[in-house]
Design a protein around this ligand. Sequence first.
Ligand SMILES: Nc1ncnc2c1ncn2[C@@H]1O[C@H](COP(=O)(O)OP(=O)(O)OP(=O)(O)O)[C@@H](O)[C@H]1O
Length: 346
Amino acid sequence: MTLSYDGKREILKHLNFVIQEGTLVCLLGPSGGGKSTTLNLISGLLAPTAGHIFFGDKDVTKEDALARKVGMVFQNYALYPHLSVQKNIEFPLKMAGLSRGDRAKKAKELAALVHVDDQLDKKPGELSGGQQQRVAIARALAKEPSILLLDEPLSNLDARLRIEMREEIRRIQRETGVTTVFVTHDQDEAMHISDKIMVLHDGHIQQYSTPTTLYADPENLFVAQFIGEPVINSVPASALSHDLAGVVPADILSQAQTAGIRPEALTLPQRALNPLTTLHGKVVEFDQFGRESTAKLDYNNLQLISTEMGQLSHDTKELDFTLEKKGFFLFDANGKRIFGGDDHAE
Ligand SMILES: Nc1ncnc2c1ncn2[C@@H]1O[C@H](COP(=O)(O)OP(=O)(O)OP(=O)(O)O)[C@@H](O)[C@H]1O
C-alpha cells in the first residue's frame, strides 16, 4: 500500500508486509519514518492512497476502526478519569451490550491478567503510570480485538518501569495470543519483546525480520547503524582495502563504499573465534562503564571501538588485533550489504 497525505508527497512508498497471526511485531525507526502512519492504516484511522489491507482473508481497506475491531493503546493511556478501574475496563463491554454481571466477571478476569485486580475501585488519577497503562491494555483487550495496536505505550514511564512494563506486555501478549503491533523508536525495547521487527525509515521498510537476524544480518547500512549498542563502527572501505585484499573477493572490494564493524568483532588474536584477518593499530583510550569496558583503537587514523579488549594491559600502545568474520560487513554506494552477515553462514 501507499500513502500520501496531500496527494503529492508519498509518505509510505509501496509498503508490502504480512503480520503472522498471534505474533508481536514492532514498528521501529527514527522520528518521521512512518511508524504512526503505518499503525493508523492498520487501525483504519487512515485510508491508503493506493493498495489494500487484509485481516486474514478479509479485505478491510474500506472498513473503519470499529468494524475492524482493533484494540488501541496510546502513550497517554486515554482512560476515563471519572470512572473507576473496573468501570474503565467494563466500558467497551457495556457498549457491546453485555449484562452487568457478565461485564463485572470479564473485567475482573482482565484485571487479574494485567495484575491490577487489587485496584478495581480506584480512579485512574490514584494509580501510577505503569498501573494506568495496565488498565488501558485491559480495556483494549476487553472487546476481544482482532489486533492490538500500541503506539509508544511506554514513553511516559521512567526507565526502570519501562523495562518492567515491556516484559509485562510480552507476557500478556503470550498469555492471550492476540496479534500485536507495537510502535517504538527504542531499539532496545523492540529487540527485547518482538517476534519480528519492521524497521521503517523514509517511508520504506528497511528490513522486516527477527531481532537476531536484524543484528547479525543487516541488509543495509541504515539498519546496521540503527541496531546495536555501542553503535557499529562505520569507516570508508578504502581504509581497509590493503588488509582486506585477498581476504574479500576483489570484485566485492571494488564496489565496497563503507565497512561496518561491530565492536565485538574486534578482538585479541588469542581470543579470536573465526578470524577474517589481522589488523594493526594503537590503543588510544580505555573506558569502563559498570561491568563493560570499551577500547578506542586508532587504525589508519580512523577511530574504532572494541568491547573485547578488557584483558589488555592499560600500558599497551601498539598491537595486532583480529577482525572477526561475524559482525563485519561491507556496503556499496547505495548502502546495500554486499559482504558479511549470512554470506558467512557455515
Ligand atoms: N496528518 C499529517 N499530515 C501531513 N503529513 C503528515 C501527517 N502525519 C504525519 N505526516 C508526515 O508523515 C511522515 C511520517 O510521519 P509518522 O508520524 O508516521 O512518523 P513516525 O515514524 O511515527 O514518527 P514519530 O516517531 O515522530 O511519531 C512525516 O514526514 C510526517 O511529517
